[in-house]
Ligand binder design. Structure first.
Ligand code: FNR
Length: 391
């Protein structure tokens, strides 16, 4: 049995009896509003913004409202089991923290990656640590406690550097490698363009490079920030093709998870290439506008292979998590909401956001009569918001 996540509400109500009210928002709308005030404008626009006119980003969120969960009665779902196995990794819940490159900058003390690592330890929610972090991946992993962590790789053009990053992640105890495929070049992001703001080009979030022996050999000793940024710019993005998959696979014996897959044919081909899981995501609409909501891609990606599927893009609530699970996801990652919690309250703020998501998901399963994740299937859902198909 997993922790009784829903009891978070009891804690909040009981605190209220002593006159203690939550000082952090209880909704995504509240998080969004307050994070906009708390973060420096350049960080806010980078985190909250997306590609083009942000239509895909908004559609990701709206897609969840197209589905409703049937309530089932006489089930007696007094105990819920949200535990899951992801590529041999036992997790108390299916929730993950999606990799967020500027997480470090979201925290008031400038060390948000470390704060997220500590939040993973407190909540049991694994962090997928981004390649682009303020603190090196080893320092981030040091905070994980007993919670497993995953390392997200932006594959550089320099294969030795890629191997070095993966080797370091293995040595630091990460339990899987998530290779992000959709970001070898940055998408067109008007909000950031309007302020000519791109954090990495200003030397931020490059600690995994500057702490890496292969990268350091490339930049030379006594390199200035400008030197580092110049070398980094030259090797950051690798436009991978299927021919590169055997090499990627050969880099590690850890579970290999490929992120950014939205087409069932790509899922099949990745499975044939020996990956261990598919990560269905459109990067929260940050990379390509004019796309398909990621949730709409999920069922076909799930059906394409027998591999586990991680899902993200547009998850804003516990009910969103439950819907993605019902559509076949094995695990669900949350992105912007936890970055906002971090911005508002450091580790505590982040923990609050994760606990809210888990509590809502758990209570939804209780109220609607789904005691285990296996009970959540596409048949638990119904399309809403359109006319009934009458015979
Ligand atoms: C991201 N995302 C991301 N993905 C990744 O693989 N590596 C990374 O470094 C980053 N960096 C990053 C920065 C910021 C500010 C955001 C908001 C997102 C994408 C992330 O993992 C995830 O796919 C999206 O955040 C999911 O969309 P929502 O839920 O945030 O809308």
């Amino acid at each position: 049995m997993t922790p009784r996540y829903g009891d978070y509400q009891l804690e909040i109500y009981l605190n209220g009896l002593d006159g203690v009210l939550p000082d952090l928002p209880m909704t995504f709308a509240g998080l969004h509003r307050r994070a906009a005030e708390a973060l420096p404008p350049s960080v806010w626009s980078y985190v909250a913004g997306g590609a083009g006119n942000e239509q895909t980003q908004d559609a990701n969120v709206a897609a969840f409202a197209q589905w409703g969960l049937y309530p089932r009665m006489f089930v007696g779902a007094a105990d819920r089991d949200l535990s899951v196995d992801l590529c041999g990794i036992s997790l108390p819940s299916p929730l993950l923290m999606a990799p967020i490159g500027v997480l470090g900058l979201c925290a008031q003390d400038g060390h948000g990656d470390l704060a997220a690592g500590r939040a993973a330890a407190v909540t049991g929610v694994p962090m997928i640590a981004s390649t682009l972090s303020v603190d090196p991946l080893e320092d981030v992993a040091a905070g994980f406690g007993d919670t497993p962590g995953l390392f997200q790789l932006y594959t550089p053009t320099d294969r030795d550097l890629a191997a070095s990053l993966v080797n370091r992640a293995e040595a630091a105890g990460y339990r899987g490698i998530v290779v992000t495929l959709d970001t070898w070049v940055t998408g067109w992001r008007p909000r950031d363009l309007a302020t000519a703001n791109f954090p990495q080009l200003r030397g931020h979030c490059l600690a995994n490079y500057t702490s890496d022996p292969v990268f350091r050999a490339r930049v030379g000793a006594h390199a200035s920030t400008q030197d580092v940024v110049r070398v980094w710019t030259g090797l950051f993005g690798n436009p991978l093709t299927w021919d590169d998959l055997p090499w990627l696979r050969s880099l590690t014996t850890l579970p290999l998870i490929v992120k950014g897959i939205c087409h069932p044919d790509d899922a099949r081909r990745a499975a044939d290439g020996g990956v261990d899981a598919i990560y269905c995501s459109n990067h929260g609409g940050r990379q390509a506008n004019g796309g398909i909501p990621a949730l709409d891609c999920l069922p076909d990606v799930v059906a394409a292979t027998s591999l586990p599927v991680v899902f993200d893009s547009g998850v804003r609530s516990g009910s969103d998590i439950v819907k993605a699970l019902a559509l076949g996801a094995t695990a669900v990652a949350v992105g912007r909401p936890y970055a906002y919690g971090l911005a508002l309250g450091g580790t505590d703020g982040l923990v609050h956001v994760l606990r809210c998501l888990l509590a809502e998901a758990d209570l939804l399963m209780a109220v609607n009569g789904y005691p285990t994740l296996a009970d959540l299937t596409p048949r638990s859902l119904r399309r809403v918001g359109r006319a009934l198909d009458l015979p």
